[in-house]
Write a protein that binds this ligand. Sequence first.
Ligand code: NAD
Length: 358
Amino acid sequence: MTLFDSPAFEGHEGVHAFFDEKSGLKSIIAVHSTARGPAAGGCRMWPYASADLAMEDALRLSRAMSYKNAMADLELGGGKAVIIGDSRTQKTPALFEAFGRAVETLGGRYWTAEDVGVSPADLTEARRQTRYVAGLEGHPAASGDPSPVTAEGVFRGIRLCVRRALNRDLDRVTVALQGVGHVGAYLADKLHAAGARLVIADVNEAAVREVAARTGAKVVTPAAIFDVDADVFAPCALGGAINEDTLVRIGAPIIAGAANNQLASPEIGRELFAQGRLYAPDYVINGGGIINVAGEIRALERGEAFDDAWVQAKLDRLMVTLEEVLDRSRQEKRPTHEVANEVARARIAGAAENRAAA
Ligand code: NAD
C-alpha cells in the first residue's frame, strides 16, 4: 500500500518530513486541513520504532485535530507534528530550534503547541525560529494550563447528558471518575460543588488522597472503578478505557469524560448505542483544551491579551454542538460517535466549499 492509499492519509492536504543533520531532528508535520483556518495541533516527541509508525501517528492525530477543531467551531484546521526521539534523553535546545525552523517553512499553515513529551520550555526554543507557536508562558496572550477549561467543558457536558438521559440534576447522581490528574482533579472539584457523589480511582495514590480529602469522594482501586454502581462513568486517564472487557462491567447509563480515544474501537461505540447508553463523543466534550489554545493563537494574531470571555463563549457553543450530536443520534437512531464524525466532516467540507467559491 502506498502512502496515498493508506486509510490514515485520507484527506490530508500535505505531509512534510524534516531532517536536520546538526541537531539530529527527524520530524513529520501532517497538515490534514486548512479549510477552516491554519492547521493547529500539538507536537509529540516519541521514540517511534520506525519512520512509518511516526508517519501513521502524525496522520491519525492531525485528522483527529481537524475534527476536534471543527466541533469546537474554531477557525482552525487540523495538523500535528511528531519528533522521532526519546524525550527523556534526546532533547536539546538545538533540536527544538530546528523544529521551529521546520514549522516556519510552512509559513503559518501550521501552528504548533505542546503534546506528549514536549514542554513549554521546548516551545520557547522553537519560538526563536518561528512565531507559529502556542502554549508559551509569561506573555499577555498566553493561555496557561488548558486543564481547567477542559474540565469545565467536560463538567457542563456531563450535566447536559445527565439532564437528557436521566432527567435529573447533578446533586442526584454518582459519578465514577477514572483518573484524577490535571483534568480529573478539576472535574472532581466541580462535580462535588454541584452536589454529585464521587467514586474515584487513580494509580497515583497521592493524587486520589488529595482529591478525596477535598471532595469526600470514595476511593476504589484502579481495577475496581469499572465495577462501581454509578450513573456516569467518566474516563479521565488513558485512551481505550471502554473496551470489550470493561464494557460488561461498567453499569453506568452515561459515559462522558476527558480522555482522548475512549472507545477501543468504533464497534464498542455501536455496542454502547445498542445497549441504550449515552456516550458523549470524547473529542467533542473535551474540546475545552483546544479552545483555550485557540484563544492564545487568536490573541497572538491580533496582538492582544488573552480574552477569557471569548473562551467562555466558545465553551457555550461547544455545548450547543454536543446537544446537536445527541439530538441527531436520537432522531436518526445512530451512535453518537458516528454522528459526531459526520458533523465534523460536513463542517470541514462546508468551509472548503466556501473557500473554493470565494
Ligand atoms: P494527567 O496525566 O494529568 O492525568 C491522568 C491521570 O490518570 C494521572 O493522574 C494518572 O496517574 C492516571 N492514570 C493513569 N493510568 C490509570 C489507570 N489505569 N487507572 C486510573 N488512573 C490512571 O492527564 P490530563 O491532562 O488530566 O488528561 C487526562 C486525559 O484527558 C488524557 O487522556 C488526555 O489526553 C485528555 N485530555 C486532556 C486535556 C487537557 O487539557 N489536559 C484536553 C483534552 C483531552
